[in-house]
Design a protein around this ligand. Structure first.
Ligand code: ZN
Length: 407
């Protein structure tokens, strides 16, 4: 009764030691032959002499759990296999969404930003209460869809932003235009100013889906981050760097997933009506690669990792790292940092996640391989700890231990 005794406290703050031969600290540094000490949900020390060792991850690459800045965690294929189809009972839909969260966590992503759906809220909260395994979720709830005049007056837009905050939004998602093929601005400068200003007053960040001219308009409006960004000029990107606006471009997974699952997307709202219509998507992939290469040449531009995972891509988020490194020439260290400390900084969470350092949450993963030498190692996630809880441990020693064989 009353205050928990110090004994109970120390029991819940169980000390765990991880031994590692290679640690990427999330900020671009590599530590060798050390030990990470965890108490409760947090890292408390990096101490090569810490003992006894609970998890021996030597021979693997240990790094902070990844952060995907742009997913659609509730987006699944319906019961008929089609994207966006309502099919399925509420329970079936809920289990599918829970499965999206589970496979994302197992793929090494311990935090995702979902942009977004009202269905994210109960999922976020259930995971937060540890009722379900999944990544930590930040959600925009319902996005503000730019639709020209119909988007509303600045006052109506401000009211919409407040409504999302009341519904539990962690950030605001804004569509300033439709797509790279229809890049006309669907929100005016005045409308964008209202949306990003209102969010700022509420202490919320703004992520703006923007191509072409909308990139500059959103930057001028003081929005936090630009999603996609293709067709922006070098001058637009330089302005972003100057103002500290984050950029979240993609290098392939989103298109590769549409092509892989075209039968499931064909004829659904926003997608080609015929399978032949998907051929033109292939031409967009090199465009994304060229844009990313160009963006990385802009000094000081802060580029975060976002896969834009929709139905069919949950749990495959890390394929986007391979696209970035292999196809867009991104340095592997930079690719890792974009999903660690830089993504955390963009979310205003750098003091909590994104690095391996004392005081931060114990979000720790291990890869069988070294992503700095072979980027495909990102697909071999063998250990996942989130907030000090181990959700996956398929490291070699552990497999032997489970089989009753001495390692
Ligand atoms: Zn998206």
């Amino acid at each position: 009764m009353g205050q928990p005794s110090s004994q109970q406290n120390s029991a819940s703050q169980k000390r765990v030691v991880i031994a590692a031969s290679t640690v990427l600290d999330g900020k671009g540094h590599v530590l060798h032959d050390t030990r990470i000490v965890i108490e409760g949900s947090k890292i408390v020390a990096i101490d090569p002499k810490a003992a006894p060792v609970d998890y021996d991850l030597r021979g693997l690459t240990v790094l902070p759990g990844w952060i995907d800045s742009h997913v659609h965690i509730a987006w699944s294929f319906g019961k008929d296999g089609k994207s966006g189809s309502p099919g399925g009972t509420p329970a079936e839909v809920a289990y599918q969404v829970a499965s999206n969260a589970w496979v994302t966590l197992m793929a090494g992503f311990t935090t995702v930003q979902s942009v977004g759906s009202p269905a994210d809220v109960p999922l976020r909260d259930a995971i937060g209460k540890r009722q379900l395994p999944g990544p930590r979720i930040l959600t925009s709830v319902e996005p503000l869809m730019g639709q020209g005049e119909k988007s509303g007056t600045p006052e109506q837009i401000r009211a919409f932003v407040r409504k999302q905050k009341d519904a539990g939004a962690d950030l605001i998602k804004i569509f300033a235009n439709y797509s790279v093929r229809k890049p006309d601005m669907m929100l005016s400068q005045e409308q964008l100013d209202a949306a990003c200003d209102e969010a700022k007053k509420l202490g919320l960040r703004t992520l703006v889906h923007a191509y072409s001219k909308a990139v500059r308009a959103a930057t001028v409006a003081g929005c936090t981050q630009i999603e996609h960004g293709v067709l922006a000029t070098d001058d637009d990107l330089k302005l972003m760097a100057e103002k500290g606006t984050y950029l979240d471009p993609q290098a392939g997974l989103v298109w590769e997933n549409y092509l892989l699952n075209k039968e499931k997307f064909v004829g659904t709202p926003g997608y080609p009506a015929t399978l032949d219509g998907f051929a033109s998507m292939e031409s967009l992939i090199p465009m994304d690669h060229d844009f990313m290469k160009r963006a990385y040449r802009i000094p000081g531009l802060k580029i975060v990792f976002g896969s834009d995972a929709v139905a069919g891509a949950h749990g495959r988020n890390a394929e986007e790292f391979i696209d970035r490194v292999r196809d867009a020439g991104v340095d592997p260290v930079t690719a890792m940092v974009s999903a660690n400390s830089l993504a955390a900084e963009a979310m205003g969470m750098a003091s909590q996640i994104g690095s391996i350092a004392p005081g931060l949450k114990a979000d720790i993963i291990a890869l069988d391989g070294d992503p700095l030498k072979d980027i495909t190692a990102v697909l071999r996630v063998v250990f996942v700890m989130k907030g000090g809880v181990v959700y996956k441990n398929a490291a070699r020693g552990a497999i032997h231990a489970y089989a009753g064989v001495q390692p």
